[in-house]
Write a protein that binds this ligand. Structure first.
Ligand code: HEM
Length: 191
């Protein structure tokens, strides 16, 4: 009886391990499920960034905004309904978050190439963000090294001094402007 329960325990542990292993995140997950999925995302992202440089940042931001509320779950992509105010239309995103049409295009192309909807929208947002950072050549954190340190310790102090100086100049200008207007008014009154 005791050996049977040990056996049952072993089976349970093996099953639990298998379930955990299969549900774990992996960079190679789609290699088996649909090997063309990630190259397709990359191709669409590169075309979008090539078409409009700003799109790289916009796609990165979409991923951040998706993850900010309750984790990276693609909730950002949901439209509002009569009963639900979606994240998409919230104050932080409405008329500000952009690139949804690129995500829609990726979803369509990936579903087509995989033959079925196997790639989650949350994964599409994450992979698109990754690829957009690579596609935008401005963001070359890893490739460009040998950065010199050129910081200016007195920058904040000098900036504050400059702001004060600009204020003095502005006030002096305004005073000159007003005194000239008054002169004009006085001379008109005399004629
Ligand atoms: C809580 C922290 C953050 C706040 C409050 C914030 C706020 C903002 C605001 C107000 C804008 C301008 C939106 C507009 O013009 O409509 C913006 C743009 C942007 N943010 Fe953030 N941001 C935050 C964090 C981040 C992070 C972590 C990233 C990168 C992962 C990021 C990436 C961007 C990008 C790329 C844009 C420009 C998007 C575009 O041109 O379409 N932001 N952010």
């Amino acid at each position: 009886m005791a050996s049977l329960s040990a056996f049952q325990l072993n089976v349970f542990l093996i099953l639990a391990f298998a379930v955990t292993a299969f549900s774990a995140l992996s960079p190679y997950y789609y290699d088996h499920v649909c090997p063309k999925a990630l190259p397709t995302i990359k191709r669409v992202v590169e075309a979008a960034v090539f078409n409009e440089r700003r799109m790289g940042g916009s796609l990165l931001r979409l991923h951040f905004h998706d993850c900010f509320v309750n984790g990276c779950d693609a909730s950002l992509l949901l439209d509002s309904t009569s009963t639900i105010d979606s994240e998409k239309n919230s104050l932080a995103n409405n008329n500000s978050a952009r690139g949804f049409e690129v995500i829609d295009q990726i979803k369509n192309e990936v579903d087509k190439i995989c033959g079925r909807p196997v790639v989650s929208c949350a994964d599409i947002l994450a992979v698109a963000a990754r690829d957009s950072v690579v596609a935008d050549s401005i963001i070359e954190f890893e490739r460009n090294c040998n950065r010199p340190e050129r910081y200016d310790r007195n920058l904040a102090e000098n900036t504050l001094k400059a702001i004060k100086k600009i204020d003095l100049i502005r006030v002096a200008r305004e005073e000159r402007h007003h005194s000239k207007r008054m002169v004009g008014k006085k001379s008109k009154e005399h004629t």
